[in-house]
Design a protein around this ligand. Structure first.
Ligand code: AMP
Length: 282
């Protein structure tokens, strides 16, 4: 596995691969890799001749006061895991390399970033879409893989690719969970054993929402009431949002028709966790 740290060298290698007729699959990450990341990479391995990943804790997607400084990092372990899963190139730039002096351009997807995390994390999605657009220009992938765990991010990136006519196929990969249902996240490392147990209410509540939907409930308010109730049973859990949205526009809906997204963000102590589930008529 090659490790590349400069934009220039990464662009040169990608150009070379393209000229050799290789299909480049790309998985951008912020590192501290877990099985969720690795499942994206395994799928990328199948879809591309060359598998490139990036490890970059992107400062511009953290809102002031968030955990940029504390975000877990372990490059040595990440490189070993990437190698094991068959990554060909790992791109690990510095912040200065990505944002040189004078940087002042951004990409903003306007509508699908408004609701959900867009409310409590202003500027977050601008940071995400800008860095992903840059990474696409650097890595020049044919295929890029993103997790459905960050559902709003996936939708925003699909929208950006469409709106800016980027010639890239964006693929969403199902959320990988721990055996007890907790969605894998680099931020789970912040949880003490006790808080981790409390965090199980997130997925439990989503499953309850799904169960109600299966039983025929179509009122968003009624489903949300039950979902919130399950989370609120855990005292230290502070709900940022629990919403039922159209899975394409991400606008709130009152009455579910064929499909919907239940999305939530909850603070367990200081750790903000997100999770979601898609409801779909069978
Ligand atoms: P991050 O390192 O958190 O920026 O995540 C990098 C990529 O991995 C994003 O596309 C995430 O959606 C995806 N990802 C993170 N956690 C999971 C998970 N539990 N299951 C599937 N994909 C995930």
């Amino acid at each position: 596995m090659e490790v590349i740290t400069t934009v220039k060298e990464m662009q040169r290698r990608s150009e070379q691969q393209r000229q050799e007729g290789m299909v480049i699959a790309f998985v951008p990450t912020m590192g501290y890799l877990h099985e969720g990341h690795l499942s994206l990479m395994r799928e990328g391995r199948k879809r591309g001749d060359v598998l490139v990943i990036s490890i970059f804790v992107n400062p511009t997607q953290f809102v002031p006061g968030e955990d940029y400084g504390q975000y877990p990092r372990d490059m040595k372990r990440d490189l070993a895991l990437s190698q094991k899963v068959g990554v060909d190139i790992c791109f690990t730039p510095s912040a200065q390399e990505i944002y040189p002096d004078g940087f002042q351009t951004s990409v903003e997807v306007e509508q699908v970033t408004q609701n959900l995390c867009g409310i409590s994390r202003p500027g977050h999605f601008r940071g995400v879409t800008t860095v992903v657009a840059k990474l696409f220009n650097i890595v020049k992938p044919h295929v890029a893989l993103f997790g459905q765990k960050d559902y709003q991010q996936l939708i925003a990136i699909k929208r950006m690719v469409k709106d800016l006519t980027m010639d890239i196929e964006v693929i969403g990969i199902p959320t990988v969970r721990e055996s007890d249902g907790l969605a894998m996240s680099s931020r789970n490392t912040y949880l003490t054993a006790k808080k981790r147990k409390e965090a199980l209410s997130l997925y439990r509540s989503l499953l309850k929402g799904e169960e109600l939907f299966r039983q025929g409930e179509r009122s968003a308010a009624k489903i949300l009431n039950e979902v919130r109730g399950i989370i609120e049973e855990e005292k230290p859990a502070v709900i940022d949002y629990v919403k039922i949205c159209d899975p394409h526009t991400l606008e709130d809906i009152d009455e579910i028709k064929n499909e919907a997204l239940i999305a939530l963000a909850v603070k367990i102590g200081k750790t903000r966790l997100i999770d979601n589930i898609i409801l779909k008529e069978e």
